[in-house]
Design a protein around this ligand. Structure first.
Ligand code: AMP
Ligand code: MG
Length: 337
């Protein structure tokens, strides 16, 4: 049955209202610096089940637990390596999720049956206030219907979740635009399970970094992956997306040859004057591309695009996160010129 979905602002009164819903076992759309999350009390299995139901999320895909104070880390995780504390000191609050052995207090539904839990401390002010006001740690995956592009504006959450959840807190556009970097620990090394705004380059100043091969490679049917989210097709608009890897000249020549009804180019921006077919720009720098990527993928649906040729992003820094999300949106279809 459809419920009415309130759009709330970030005043203390409105955050208190949202926190009250969370404390009562309801789920709420929450802004963070990465993407909008769909939050529930991480310790309450019935509340967390509502997230899976609202999103249509596969039961084996674990949720990230969000805290507002580093002191709470040890309530949820044990056997925390020294390097984890060092990285928390450096990158928290911020878009870094650490996978650690979980304590009993985290129910199986939150960790999708794993004996580990992903924990992060967001730096978005409204998210931190909401966590503190609720008095809970909040389990929160991205607030989209599973498989569709992650929401980076409250309107995206409304488009996917209206009628399914009681409230969304509107904190404006998410500045980072792609989900957090997820890491696990292997001795003194860290393994990047999912790239995000905290880059491999930055992490390597603090520890040896291993990039999981599923960041850029599709998992085979039935293959076990360390980060369950990595095996699903994701972030997909309705259009078929193809990544085109080549120089500006090669790319422009390719799209002008492949233009036609329902075909749209997804360009950086600086080549706009020279693009001969309809296009949407997603940004010249990796940071701009990260911030715009999901909104652009949603816009492509809005204009009824059927085939999208996306210019290959640079995989350096946060660009690796952009490339990783775009690869999944494209079902790993890349044309190399
Ligand atoms: P979302 O919040 O929708 O971005 O999804 C969170 C992602 O974080 C999941 O899809 C997993 O890939 C990853 N993740 C969360 N918890 C764990 C964990 N305990 N072990 C490995 N990966 C995790
Ligand atoms: Mg997600």
């Amino acid at each position: 049955m459809d419920i009415s979905t309130k759009l709330l602002g970030t005043s203390e009164e409105e955050l208190r209202y949202a926190a009250g819903l969370l404390a009562r076992g309801e789920i709420v759309g929450m802004p963070t610096e990465t993407v909008y999350g769909l939050a529930a009390d991480a310790e309450n299995p019935r509340a967390v089940e509502k997230i899976f139901a609202a999103k249509g999320r596969p039961q084996d895909n674990p949720l990230i637990v969000h805290i507002a104070d580093i002191e709470r880390l040890e309530e949820y995780a044990h056997s925390i390596p020294v390097i984890a504390y060092r990285l928390a000191e450096k990158f928290w609050p911020g878009p870094l999720t650490m996978v650690l052995p979980k304590k009993e207090i985290i129910p199986d539904v939150t960790s999708a049956g794993l004996n580990t839990v992903g924990i992060r401390m967001p730096c978005h002010e409204a998210a931190r206030s909401l966590i503190r006001l609720s008095g809970k740690a909040l389990a929160a995956p991205s607030a989209n219907i599973s498989g569709s592009p992650s929401p980076t504006e409250a309107a995206h959450v409304m488009a996917d979740m209206r009628g399914r959840i009681p409230a969304v807190v509107d904190g404006g556009s998410c500045p980072v635009g792609v989900e957090s970097t997820v890491i696990s620990f292997e001795g003194d090394a860290v393994r990047i399970l999912r790239p995000g705004f905290v880059s491999a380059e930055e992490l390597s100043e603090w520890a040896e970094v291993i990039c999981d091969r599923h960041i850029t490679e599709a998992a085979a049917e039935g293959e076990k992956v360390l980060s369950p989210g990595m095996k699903y097709k994701h972030y997909s608009p309705k259009a078929n997306v193809t990544i085109v890897d080549g120089s500006e000249e090669q790319y422009l020549e390719f799209v002008s040859r492949h233009g036609g009804n329902g075909v749209c180019a997804m360009i950086f921006g600086s080549e706009a004057d020279k693009c001969m077919i309809p296009y949407i720009a997603y940004g010249d720098t990796s940071e701009e591309q990260a911030a715009n990527l999901f909104a652009v993928l949603r816009k492509l649906d809005g204009i009824g695009a059927e085939q999208v040729y996306a210019r290959m992003p640079s995989p350096q820094g946060v660009g690796l996160a952009v490339y990783n999300r775009l690869l999944r949106a494209a079902g790993f279809e890349v044309v190399r010129l």
